[in-house]
Design a protein around this ligand. Structure first.
Ligand SMILES: C[S@@+](CC[C@H](N)C(=O)[O-])C[C@H]1O[C@@H](n2cnc3c(N)ncnc32)[C@H](O)[C@@H]1O
Length: 377
């Protein structure tokens, strides 16, 4: 399509070199990168020189200077740069990035707060952290310049979320010198930011001079080529990127909300003492060791549990009891999940696609729980 051709032609003038790939619209995924020919494994398909990145160093100096030194984050400054840009320098990039409505509809941070309590607990706690970060960045943006007050909050939020969903980790001279936290060492890079995510994907490497993307396997002509944003479960992907997917190899379910209420105050104290209180998860293959330890705390007399946790007892000896207890807890969780699904079905707040993705997420959780019950019984 024309906008992608002229985007790639502009990218070429920035020194960005691609081979055998092009951007295309992908159903339900916005734009993605597709192989235009059969690609072999271990093939260099994209080189992005660091001179073409948008970084802390490229923030216009008047904008950077308007922030008190302690008040800025790279995330906030990049969002401010996008929100206040009146030049046409980035018009080709602007033409291919997601629209304001698609960003604000898909990211839970921009949803009606009445939907937030329906997020699974790990997603909700991540969202609360995100809300806090956003409010600090937005306050700093408003106090940096009188002129920022005329920019609608929604416009800043759109740009803040654009940065959130399309930046790459990179160290620049300034981020190193200022010792910025790792999660704020972020840069925007054209073309590379059009790759969608999958559980495994092409390898992304960088040094001081360039980013490169190399195929992890062979791709057939017409196939979508992906990268992996990290080993993230669907709760993380939903809050940080606004999507979930069924084939997610790294998905997991947090059991704290159903396991913690089963523990007595004394059992919680003892688990805490040994560093095993909370953060209980299961995935498609197994239940984590922390969960097993917590279940044993319920099943065994305290002295026996202590011996087991200190390695002095055969942990496997009580496995049948432990598995039975877990199944009974998971069956209670299923009832809770079904109730949540029913309540979402009755909601009228928010957009239908937002309620749909909430349902989809809870159905994924239910499937993982069902699968564990089936494995244990
Ligand atoms: C770095 S951008 C990738 C390019 C993006 N699709 C676009 O249209 O510009 C990240 C965003 O792409 C979308 N995305 C990435 N991987 C996806 C996937 N596997 N399924 C659905 N959406 C995905 C999400 O909206 C995410 O926030």
């Amino acid at each position: 399509m024309e906008i992608y051709d002229s985007f790639l032609a502009w990218a070429n003038t920035q020194g960005i070199k691609s081979h055998g790939i092009e951007p295309r619209e992908i159903p339900n995924r916005g734009v993605g990168i597709v192989a235009t020919e059969d690609l072999a494994s271990n093939m260099l398909i994209l080189t992005v020189p660091t001179t073409s990145l948008r970084t802390l160093e490229t923030v216009p100096s008047t904008l950077a200077k308007s922030y008190p030194p302690k008040d800025f984050t790279v995330h906030g400054l990049l969002a401010a740069t996008l929100a206040t840009d009146t030049t046409s320098n980035w018009s080709k990039w602007n033409a291919v990035i997601p629209s304001r409505s698609s960003i604000l509809t898909s990211l839970p941070l921009a949803w009606s707060p009445t939907l937030h309590p329906f997020l699974p607990p790990p997603a909700l706690s991540l969202l609360k952290k995100q809300l806090f970060k956003f409010s600090l960045d937005y306050t700093a943006f408003l106090s940096a310049s009188e002129s920022h007050k005329s920019i609608p909050k929604e416009a800043y939020l759109y740009n803040w979320l654009l940065v959130n969903t399309r930046t790459f980790y990179h160290e620049t001279a300034k981020t190193k010198k200022l010792r910025l936290p790792p999660d704020d060492r972020m840069v925007l890079q054209p073309v590379a930011d059009l790759f969608n995510h999958s559980s495994r994907g092409c390898s992304v490497t960088f040094d001081e001079s360039q980013f490169t993307i190399t195929t992890d396997r062979a791709y057939a002509e017409g196939e979508e080529v992906t990268i992996c944003y990290g080993r993230h479960g669907n709760d993380f992907l939903l809050v940080e990127y606004g999507f979930v997917f069924d084939e997610n190899k790294w998905d997991e379910v947090r059991l704290d909300e159903v396991l913690l209420p089963e523990l007595t105050a004394r059992q919680k104290e003892e688990l805490d003492e040994f560093g095993f209180l909370g953060n209980y998860v299961l995935d498609s293959d197994e239940v984590c060791y922390r969960t097993q330890v917590a279940l044993r705390a319920i099943c065994l007399p305290s002295s026996e549990w202590m011996r087991a946790v200190q390695g002095g007892d055969d942990e496997e000896a009580h496995q049948e009891k432990v598995d039975k207890l877990l199944v009974s807890i998971l069956l209670k969780y299923i009832i809770k999940i079904d109730d949540t699904l029913e309540r979402i079905g009755l909601l009228e707040e928010g957009e239908p696609c937002q309620r749909d993705i909430l349902c989809l997420r809870w159905q994924q959780i239910r499937r993982l729980v069902d699968r564990t019950i089936a494995r244990l019984t």
